[in-house]
Design a protein around this ligand. Structure first.
Ligand SMILES: [Zn+2]
Ligand SMILES: [Zn+2]
Length: 231
């Protein structure tokens, strides 16, 4: 039985301090039995996390955090993969191009797969959603409580599958508000600490497992997202 799941964690494959293996060990020590490594615009840490997870008895849901823009505000999307499509060359090529900010090239590839909203520049929210869905992810709006009042209403009108209602340093009432939106408008909610390192100077992030889904919430998330659980 999975009783504690943290679905938003960064490894040193992006801007986190610890390797995927170290994160798995930290999860084991802290009695977190299912995790997602959600590195910024890369899936490079996933394979190591799955391997370490098998050694230490920690389940892994493969995932990513994708950067998009809405009205000039940065909006992060979490993608939880339902299959291995994320490993295909095209998706990996797109991620590499995002890393090097080559949006023209990205758009050239993407136009073969999804409808593009813009001709240039960073990915918009809807383009990001469609990109992740195209490569097999169930898409969650990351930390909605940090999106400006000006934009949140419109952002919530996009076709997400779920919302990250439980997030680090978020009071219960705010989480409850987003849980309500998640269950009434979308199909599930997730929880994430956005763990980056032990000595974190950014008060938005917290320690592994400080925010989590419990057993019935994990089951609801897995069932409604269709995300793969590797153990
Ligand atoms: Zn984020
Ligand atoms: Zn994050």
């Amino acid at each position: 039985m999975l009783s504690k799941g943290d679905f938003h964690i960064h490894s040193n494959a992006s801007d986190g301090k610890y390797s995927p293996t170290e994160i798995v060990v930290l999860s084991k020590i802290n009695i977190i039995d299912v995790i997602s490594i959600t590195d910024h615009n890369t899936t490079d840490g996933i394979t190591e996390a799955i391997e370490a997870g098998r050694n230490y008895g920690v389940s892994v849901v493969p995932a990513i955090e994708l950067s998009t823009k809405f009205n000039n505000e940065s909006v992060h999307l979490l993608g939880y993969f339902k299959n291995c499509f994320y490993q295909v060359d095209t998706f990996q090529e797109i991620l590499k191009l995002i890393k090097s900010h080559k949006y023209k090239e990205i758009r050239k590839i993407l136009e073969n797969y999804i409808n593009l909203e813009h001709k240039e520049g960073k990915l918009s929210v809807i383009e990001g959603i469609n990109l992740l869905k195209c490569f097999g992810a169930s898409v969650v709006l990351a930390h909605p409580m940090h999106i400006s009042n000006k934009n949140i209403h419109q952002v919530l009108s996009f076709p997400f599958d779920g919302i990250e209602a439980k997030y680090s340093n978020t009071d219960f009432k705010t989480s409850l508000y987003f849980m309500h939106i998640a269950l009434s408008k979308f199909s599930f909610y997730t929880a994430g600490s956005d763990f980056h390192s032990i000595n974190n100077k950014n008060s938005k992030h917290s320690f592994l497992g400080t925010v989590y889904l419990n057993n019935s919430e994990i089951e609801h998330f897995l069932k409604n997202s269709g995300a793969m659980l590797l153990n």
